[in-house]
Write a protein that binds this ligand. Structure first.
Ligand SMILES: Cc1cc2nc3c(=O)[nH]c(=O)nc-3n(C[C@H](O)[C@H](O)[C@H](O)COP(=O)(O)O)c2cc1C
Length: 221
């Protein structure tokens, strides 16, 4: 595929056909993903492909409360899980949210389920002492995850960068044999999309890129 087509059509795919992903295709996707940058080129990523149905079931259950809170905050008009504006949603309200999300209800059927972990002993977290949530550490892992999704798209597959498994990180670490300094960065389902979306909803460049200052002239006119 052309690069422009790949970036414009790599959507968040959560619904897959039953078609299996051959190991050689998965290996090729990972082979391309590994050229992602990371701080100091330390490449602290680890990828675990989870086949065990019991583990997948456990993951669905671990995700539920995190996702309920996310949906409850969204329904209350909040920007879920942000660290700036405190949430007014109570745990009791969140616990009442019903989840009808195909991905969670069919996690056992997803052709490939990857957990991407990051060895924090290799990450230069330059903003670790700032009085705000850290963002720099993520830059040593999410370019890799995104490369993986672009590579999947280029091979005719789809996938999703999801983070809601992180609510149950300790349990996931135990289940997968990850030491405590290996954080769970993402859970990525992969497979052949049931439906390929081609038009993504994104802001135009002029809405987020300016010259010199935040309120400067928009780049691109
Ligand atoms: C940091 C990050 C975390 C995300 N976490 C989740 C998640 O936990 N569950 C999920 O279903 N999607 C998750 N997504 C996918 C977003 O919902 C998706 O990128 C966004 O809605 C745009 O969808 P589109 O690419 O299909 O247009 C996440 C995306 C990012 C970048």
């Amino acid at each position: 595929m052309e690069f422009d087509d790949v970036v414009r059509s790599t959507f968040t795919c959560r619904d897959f056909t039953d078609e299996p992903v051959p190991e050689e295709d998965l290996a090729k996707i990972l082979e391309q993903a590994r050229f992602a940058p990371s701080g100091g080129n330390r490449q602290g990523w680890r990828v675990i492909a989870v086949r065990d149905p019991e583990l997948r079931k456990q993951f669905s259950e671990l995700i539920r409360p995190t996702f309920q809170l996310y949906l409850a905050q969204q329904a209350a008009g909040e920007s879920p899980w942000n660290t700036i504006v405190p949430s007014k949603v109570t745990p009791e309200q969140a616990a009442q949210v019903e989840i009808t999300f195909p991905l969670l209800n069919h996690l056992d059927k997803v052709p490939v389920l990857l957990v991407v972990a990051l060895d924090l002993s290799l990450v230069a977290s330059f903003d670790k002492d700032h009085d705000r949530v850290g963002v720099i550490s993520g830059a040593s892992i999410y370019p890799f995850v995104w490369n993986l999704l672009l590579a999947a798209r280029n091979s005719g597959y789809g996938g999703a960068l999801t983070t809601f498994l992180v609510g149950g990180e300790e349990e996931v670490q135990k289940a997968l044999g990850l030491p405590p300094h290996y954080c769970v960065a993402a859970m990525v389902p992969l497979g052949r999309p049931k439906k390929q979306l081609t038009k993504l909803t994104r802001k135009p460049v002029a809405e987020f890129a300016t010259w010199d200052t935040l309120d400067g002239d928009p780049i691109g006119g």
